[in-house]
Design a protein around this ligand. Sequence first.
Ligand SMILES: [Zn+2]
Length: 163
Amino acid sequence: MQSQTVEQAPAGIRFTAEATLGRLARWLRMLGFDTCYASGLSAPQFAALADSGRILLTRTRRVKERLPAECFVFIADDDPFRQMARVRRQLGIQRHQARPFSRCVRCNRPVQPIDRDAVYARVPDYVWETHTRFSTCPQCGRIYWQGSHRRRCLEIIEKLFSA
Ligand SMILES: [Zn+2]
């Protein structure tokens, strides 16, 4: 049986986002993409990360000027949805490459399924009573489940790939 929460994260495309692109980084993690978040780096330090094999996400023209085109996506927009659309379009990412909700949006680690009994008293009563499948982040311990927030996110994700 396939589950959105236990699928493996996609291999291949990995990102490092500039500090100003935190919302985009969280969305890419929600899509299942390994996305680091670089803060406190100068433009040259950030550009040097291109050697790590990650696609750099930048809003900084000085970074853009230092790098070959295949190493980065230059983000001009403020809106996270349009930022995601830009990344998707430039890299030609297909829907099947995304594994929504397979990764912790907070710390970028792949989440793991967790037994329902193990989350008792760790999630609200209502959630525990109405959900059967849960996953958790091995780093921060956050519990994830398929609630209304996730459904709204999924709608946005489907819209992203249908555009
Ligand atoms: Zn986490």
